[in-house]
Design a protein around this ligand. Structure first.
Ligand SMILES: Nc1nc2c(ncn2[C@@H]2O[C@H](COP(=O)(O)OP(=O)(O)OP(=O)(O)O)[C@@H](O)[C@H]2O)c(=O)[nH]1
Ligand SMILES: [Zn+2]
Length: 354
């Protein structure tokens, strides 16, 4: 396999050269499991761990490799290697880590486009679409909306739904498909750019797996992986989280990504609600919160019907969540600081006793 097939390009080459470690091999992380990584390189696949140095200098979970990362490796034998460096990421899809306050967990790195899948059935929900789009904007990922299961509705119903989406999210590319009847699939396939990395986002049951199956050579890669494994007489996870799409795209599909709760979405609001927020230029007060103020141009636009009320309401709801998220981060910083102070105090105490 060529690195280019995995998305390697001139920019990544530059980052690689900048490490000044030309004796190392460059590769892309295709699977992660409990701090063990499978890295695909031009020399083949390696099972890798990170260097002790990388571990000890880690400041958060974001310092560890994630699926999609480009890394440099010291190769030890035909199958094992040590990860020395993670090349700088151009995008990260992350979420709040479970448990620890304000900690961020990176689900995948270096994704160019997200296919936001929504089904035309009960799943259809504009607010939710806006949340996924915000998540993308927050992650430096370009969103593309894929309306799936269009075999379940008639043309009139479909064009109404498409109209609703275009009305609320005019800047986002929109496609409609049926993974089942393969309607619209050619258009989706033709959109896939070689060397670009994609992911699928959407609720459970919208048809993400079905789309993966019709878009990728998944089966082929998996059976190859299994035979490689059995040659070595070893049993490890063979699930590939980075797949090659027909047409030369790369797809990252991992369990973490499927669990990205849309409640995790906190930022990127400005871009998503661009059309709404443009009105705020005419708000009477500079620090207008667009909730209760007299002379709020956004409220006026909603009241006069220039702006969709449900758009405004979804904005307020997400803005509130953002504030909540930010205060939880501030709280974590304070806790860390207090803990630091306590440690320092304790050390001083020990010193003074000596
Ligand atoms: N009618 C119809 N059914 C579909 C279509 N695409 C998928 N389905 C069905 O929808 C159900 C869910 O599809 P999946 O592909 O498993 O959905 P998913 O998004 O991967 O779900 P999770 O794995 O839970 O995230 C399955 O029964 C599919 O057969 C479609 O285009 N039309
Ligand atoms: Zn206002």
């Amino acid at each position: 396999m060529k690195l280019k097939d995995l998305g390697y390009n001139n920019e990544i080459e530059k980052l690689n050269l900048a490490t000044g470690q030309e004796d190392l091999v460059v590769g892309r992380v295709i699977t992660e499991h409990k701090e063990r990584y499978i890295v695909q390189t031009e020399l083949g696949e390696f099972e890798a761990e990170i260097t002790g140095n990388l571990r000890y200098t880690a400041t958060s979970r974001a310092s560890f490799p994630a699926v999609g990362d480009w890394v440099t490796l010291m190769v030890y034998d035909a199958h094992s290697a040590i990860i020395h460096k993670i090349l700088p990421r151009f995008s990260t899809l992350s979420r709040k880590a479970v448990g620890r306050l304000g900690d961020i967990q990176i689900i995948a790195a270096n994704i160019n486009y997200a296919l936001i899948v929504q089904a035309v059935d009960r799943d259809f929900n504009l607010n939710r679409l806006e949340r996924y789009i915000t998540l993308c904007h927050n992650s430096q990922i370009e969103p593309i909306i894929v309306l799936n299961k269009i075999d379940l509705v008639n043309e009139v119903q479909l064009s109404a739904m498409m109209g609703h989406i275009q009305n609320r999210m005019p800047a986002v590319q929109l496609l409609s498909v049926s993974a089942q009847t393969q309607l619209g699939l050619e258009e989706l396939k033709s959109l896939i750019e070689p060397g670009k990395t994609y992911c699928l986002l959407g609720s459970s049951g919208v048809g993400k797996s079905s789309l993966v199956n019709v878009l990728s050579k998944k089966q082929k890669m998996e059976s190859k992986a299994i035979s490689e494994q059995s040659n070595r007489g070893q049993h490890t996870t063979t699930h590939r989280e980075l797949l090659l799409l027909d047409g030369g795209g790369i797809l990252i599909d991992n369990p973490g990504m499927r669990e990205v709760g849309i409640t995790d979405t906190a930022q990127g609001l400005e871009k998503t609600f661009d059309t709404l927020l443009n009105f705020s230029e005419n708000c009477k007060f500079k620090d207008c919160t667009h909730t209760v103020e007299l002379g709020c141009a956004i409220i006026e636009a909603v009241e006069s019907g220039t702006v969709d009320k449900s758009l405004y309401e979804n904005y307020l709801k997400m803005e509130k969540e953002k504030a909540h998220f930010e205060s939880s981060i501030a709280e974590k910083r304070k806790k860390d600081k207090d803990f630091g102070k306590m440690v320092k105090h304790f050390k001083n105490l020990k010193k003074s006793k000596r």
